[in-house]
Design a protein around this ligand. Structure first.
Ligand SMILES: *Cc1c(COP(=O)(O)O)cnc(C)c1O
Length: 398
């Protein structure tokens, strides 16, 4: 049996422990919802304050150059690229995940014009499914979505598969696809893969270049801690960057925006995936957060994440046995991301009651309690406190 004292000892020995102080977290809260909205890095708040007062307030229009606002999409993109193992110059920060998905999916379909199937999972995140459906309709060439459960995806790739569209880590169960394996299987059948890394980046090591990935997108406000509505990112493998321009051709993806030409000429690289003006304040916050994650290092983050999720499963099973909770995430840490989901018929009530005790996780219908672990700010002892609170709310069910 693991004890609370043992978890306190793990915190004392934890090389990532000093990062906790670099986040603002309210007293009395155990925050296990960083996979919906990452906590606030103090440095992000400080940089936004500076960007507002000095850069915007005093610098005014001059700050586009003087404060480097113009370079934000490429600069922040490059930093995110280092977190996900992208080749230099293959990531930009822009727009939302949904919008970026639209861009890369459109280009990917263009690359495989003779094929009509977009292969994905029924449990993929809804926006991914909706964007694919909407794009297929817009293109009007008879593309269709084929939905297969995760374990059947690889076998379902066939000569009509244009694109395999997958979120690497399932937002409900936390189950994780092997990026390299699926990409290889798709390429063997002549298909391309679009990866959604929303629950991957900042949670563990991703190596897009080594996997031979084609396209990827992901979210800035979950494990990346970029703040509510933070801009997203888009990765395009160097070999795919020049072939097509993406459909949201906007002036800031033009090769020379300030020439104000009437005709669109795309920027030579991934820069063409920028459409319009960057949200400077949001991107400033995201940049500070990503720098902090780079400093922590993804190997250390993953090591602690595996330990945390495994300990959480162990504690929940030891201390909450017989309460009707069932592990809904893979037991093998290699097969899951940085979250643990438990199912219970009254999950919604339980999550609400946990919130009343300061333990913030979330409810995913119909029956999941979902807990995300962010090794840069979560402490081992919080695992104990969360399980303790869950025991108390289970006991209080009437
Ligand atoms: C959170 C999330 C998104 C978010 O999309 P937005 O356009 O930023 O709202 C998209 N896909 C997945 C898999 C997500 O988890």
């Amino acid at each position: 049996m693991t004890t609370r004292a043992e978890l306190e000892q793990l915190d004392r020995e934890d090389p990532l422990a000093p990062f906790r102080e670099r986040f603002f977290l309210p007293d009395g809260v155990v925050y296990l919802d960083g996979n919906s909205l990452g906590a606030l890095p103090r440095e992000a708040a400080a940089r936004v304050e500076k960007a507002v007062r000095e850069e915007w307030g005093n610098g005014l229009i001059r700050s586009w150059d003087d404060a480097g606002w113009m370079e934000l999409p490429a600069r922040v993109g490059a930093k995110i690229g280092r977190l996900v193992g992208a080749e230099p110059g293959s990531v930009v920060c822009a727009d939302s995940t949904s919008v970026n998905l639209f861009k890369v999916l459109a280009v990917a379909l263009g690359h495989r014009a003779d094929r009509k199937t977009i292969l994905t999972e029924p449990g993929n995140f809804p926006t991914d499914l909706y964007v694919a459906e909407g794009l297929a309709k817009l293109v009007g060439k008879g593309h269709r979505l084929r939905l297969e459960p995760a374990e059947r995806i690889v076998r379902a790739i066939d000569p009509d598969t244009a694109v395999v569209l997958l979120t690497q880590v399932d937002y409900r169960s936390g189950a994780r696809h092997d990026l390299g394996e699926v990409t290889r299987a798709a390429h063997e059948k002549g298909a391309l893969v679009v990866w959604d890394l929303s629950h991957s980046a900042g949670a563990f090591e991703v190596d897009l270049a080594a996997a031979g990935a084609d396209f990827a997108v992901g979210c800035g406000y979950k494990y990346l801690c970029g703040g509510p509505g933070a801009p997203a990112y888009v990765y395009v493998a160097p070999r795919h960057q020049r072939t097509f321009s993406q459909p949201l051709a906007g002036w800031l993806g033009h090769v020379a925006p300030f020439a104000f030409e009437s005709a669109y000429r795309p920027a030579p690289g991934v820069g063409r995936y920028v459409a319009g003006t960057p949200p400077v304040l949001s991107m400033t916050a995201l940049e500070a957060a990503v720098e902090l994650l780079l400093e922590a290092g993804m190997a250390a983050v993953r090591e602690k994440s595996v330990r945390m999720t495994s300990l959480f499963v162990e504690l929940a099973e030891e201390r909450l046995a017989g309460n009707g909770l069932v592990l809904a995430s893979p037991r093998d840490p290699e097969r899951r991301g940085s979250q643990v989901s438990l199912s219970h018929p009254r999950a919604g009530e339980l999550v609400r009651a946990l919130g009343g005790r300061g333990v913030l996780g979330d409810f995913r219908p119909p029956d999941l309690l979902r807990f995300g672990f962010a090794p840069v700010y979560n402490r081992y002892v919080e695992l104990w406190d969360a399980v303790e609170a869950l025991g108390a709310v289970l006991a209080g069910l009437s």
